[in-house]
Design a protein around this ligand. Sequence first.
Ligand code: 0WE
Length: 202
Amino acid sequence: SQKSPLYSCDVTKDDEIKSVFDKVTQDFGALHFLVHCVAFAKKEDISGRTVDTSRDGFHLAHDVSAYSLIAITKAAEPLLEKEGGSIVALTYLGSEKVVPNYNVMGLAKASLESSVRYLAADLGKKNIRVNGISAGPISTLAARGISGFTTMLENHRNRAALGRNVEVEEVGNAAFFLLSPLASGITGEIIFVDCGYRIMGA
Ligand code: 0WE
């Protein structure tokens, strides 16, 4: 509908990013928040050995999953600075710990998380906050295509302090918090919504 329009955007294309934010400018004139939840690596690069990652596969994963945050942040900056804004990016523990098969996506998420900090420093004086949410594994459509994902969910549940897996709504709630004025003093942070998985030593 007019109130919640959808605009498609291939984040590897600068002209498509520009076109989306031109349309948002026309339709709304200002923007208060932006959620980055896009990632991609070739199937052969999220299985087997990281040492076998091709230059091309490394580039694609980093372009779609990490550079895109910088590109959309830059495009949205004029809209976000009008009334202050908040940006949230979704990330995963594989950025800092070795998770079997996550491979080049872990490298890309490390870059994304570092980008969250550098962008937060750039945009803080414009009252634009930038944070990340590191969610535990969730059985989404994309995740079901990953071999061994069901076993991962089971391991996660067994190790997590809360003894269960993360629900989509819990990630949404954390995003809502970070995007809202309740989080007005928080920027450059990665918040874990993982049912206490990462804190466990074994
Ligand atoms: O970031 C992710 C996965 C994102 C993703 C998913 C796909 C599936 C289809 C990136 N690229 C692709 N490429 C495709 O062709 N997660 C946090 C979910 C995830 O993916 C894994 C995980 C977890 C957790 C892959 C291996 C091991 C663990």
